[in-house]
Design a protein around this ligand. Structure first.
Ligand code: PEP
Ligand code: MN
Length: 360
C-alpha cells in the first residue's frame, strides 16, 4: 500500500478549521445518558459523537455494553444534534448492524487489531463501504500489525480510512494506562503521511488529569484529530470512569489547546530553523562517533573476558553504571525513563558484540 493524497479527502471534505474531535462516553449506558451528553457537546468543536455499544473487556464480568439497542440511541443523537456518530465494531455481526443503523464512523478496537482473522472478517463485512473506518493501534507495540490492519481494510476497497493511536500496554508500571510510545505513531506517520492520524489520549492516560498534555503533544506532532471520552458524570460511568471528562471540561480542553501551523514560510523562521537543524545534525554525528568508540571499548572487554574465560554479563557492574547514569542524567535534564531506555539499548548492543567475540 502506498501513500496517496486522496486518503485525506474525507477529512478535507469536513472543512474543519481545527483538528477533528470525536467525543462521547466510553459506553452507551442508557438512552437518556447518550442523549444528554450529546446535547452538552453539540455546540462545541466536536464533529462526531462516540459511544461503545459492544465493549471488549479484558476480564469477564465487567459491563460489556448495551448491544444493538444502543444503535437506535445513536441514531437519535444524529437526528437531534446533527453530530456524526461513531462506534466500535469487533465482528461481522456488529458491522452489519452498524451499517444498517447508518453509523458514520466505525472503528476497530485495540484488542481486535491484534488479530488478523478478526480484522479480515471486519474488512470482508465492510467491503466497499463509503463509511469512515478507523483502525486503532494493536494492544502490543507492533507497527507491522497496525499497518497490516490498515492494509486489510484498504484492500477491501474502503476509501475513507484513518488510524487512532491509543497507546500500548506494557508489563512495566508507568503513569499511563497504555504507554504512548510516540515514536511508533510517528513512524506510522512517516510511512503514511496522508492517512489521518487521531490521538486517543483517554486510553493512553487512563486518568483524566493527563488528557490535556497528551492532546497537546499529539497536536504538536501534527496529528489530525482527537478522540476523547466524555461523560456527564464521569465518576459513575459504567466503564473507564477514571479517564472520562465532563463535557464542560472537554470544551475547556479544546479551547486551551494550541494548534500550531504545520510550517511557516517566514524568512526569519526558516533561517533560525536551518541553524538549529544544523546543530542537531552536528550533535547526532557526535553521538554516533561516541557510541562507536564506546562499542570498540566494549569489544576490548569482550576479548579480555574471552581470554580469561569470564561470563559476559556482570550484573553488579551493570547496575552500578545504570544507577550512576540515572543520577548524572538528571543533571542534564534527562528523564530516568529515557536514560533507562537508551542505556539498555547500548548495553544490549555491547552484549551482542561481546557474544560474537566469545563464540569465535
Ligand atoms: C474504547 O474506545 O472505548 C476502547 C475500548 O478502546 P481500545 O480499543 O483503545 O481499548
Ligand atoms: Mn473506554
Amino acid at each position: 500500500m502506498e501513500n496517496k493524497k486522496e486518503y485525506r479527502n474525507w477529512l478535507n471534505q469536513m472543512n474543519l478549521e481545527h483538528p477533528l474531535v470525536i467525543a462521547g462516553p466510553c459506553s452507551a449506558e442508557t438512552e437518556e445518558q447518550v442523549l444528554k451528553i450529546a446535547n452538552q457537546l453539540k455546540e462545541s468543536d466536536v464533529t462526531a459523537y462516540r459511544a461503545g455499544i459492544w465493549k471488549p473487556r479484558t476480564r469477564p464480568g465487567m459491563f460489556e455494553g448495551v448491544g444493538a439497542i444502543g444503535l437506535k440511541w445513536l441514531q437519535r443523537v444524529k437526528e437531534e444534534t446533527g453530530l456524526m456518530i461513531a462506534t466500535e465494531v469487533a465482528n461481522s455481526v456488529h458491522v452489519d448492524l452498524a451499517l444498517e443503523h447508518n453509523v458514520d464512523i466505525l472503528w476497530i478496537g485495540a484488542r481486535s487489531t491484534v488479530s488478523p482473522f478478526i480484522v479480515q472478517e471486519i474488512a470482508d463485512a465492510l467491503k466497499g463501504t463509503d463509511k469512515i473506518v478507523l483502525i486503532k493501534n494493536p494492544v502490543n507495540p507492533d507497527l507491522s500489525l497496525w499497518m497490516g490492519g490498515l492494509e486489510r481494510i484498504h484492500s477491501a476497497d474502503i476509501k475513507n480510512i484513518g488510524v487512532i493511536h491509543r497507546g500500548f500496554s506494557s508489563y512495566d508500571k508507568s503513569k499511563y494506562r497504555n504507554n504512548p510510545e510516540w515514536q511508533i505513531a510517528v513512524e506510522f506517520q512517516n510511512n503514511f503521511p496522508d492517512i489521518p492520524l487521531i490521538c486517543d489520549p483517554s486510553h493512553i492516560a487512563g486518568r483524566r488529569d493527563l488528557i490535556f498534555d497528551l492532546s497537546q503533544t499529539s497536536l504538536d506532532l501534527n496529528y489530525d484529530g482527537l478522540m476523547i471520552e466524555s461523560h456527564w458524570d464521569p465518576d459513575n460511568a459504567w466503564s473507564d470512569a477514571a479517564q472520562q471528562v465532563t463535557p464542560d471540561r472537554l470544551i475547556e480542553i479544546m479551547k486551551d489547546l494550541k494548534i500550531r501551523d504545520k510550517t511557516s514560510q517566514g524568512e526569519d523562521y526558516q533561517n533560525k530553523l536551518n541553524n538549529l537543524r544544523s546543530q542537531i545534525d552536528a550533535a547526532d554525528q557526535n553521538l554516533l562517533t561516541t557510541l562507536g568508540k564506546r562499542m570498540e571499548v566494549a569489544k576490548g572487554i569482550g576479548k579480555l573476558k574471552s581470554e580469561n574465560n569470564v561470563a559476559i554479563l556482570q550484573n553488579k557492574r551493570w547496575n552500578e553504571i545504570l544507577g550512576k547514569m540515572i543520577l548524572d542524567g538528571e543533571d542534564h535534564g534527562l528523564s530516568e525513563e529515557f536514560i533507562l531506555r537508551i542505556f539498555k539499548a547500548i548495553h544490549q548492543e555491547s552484549i551482542n558484540n561481546q557474544k560474537k567475540i566469545l563464540n569465535k
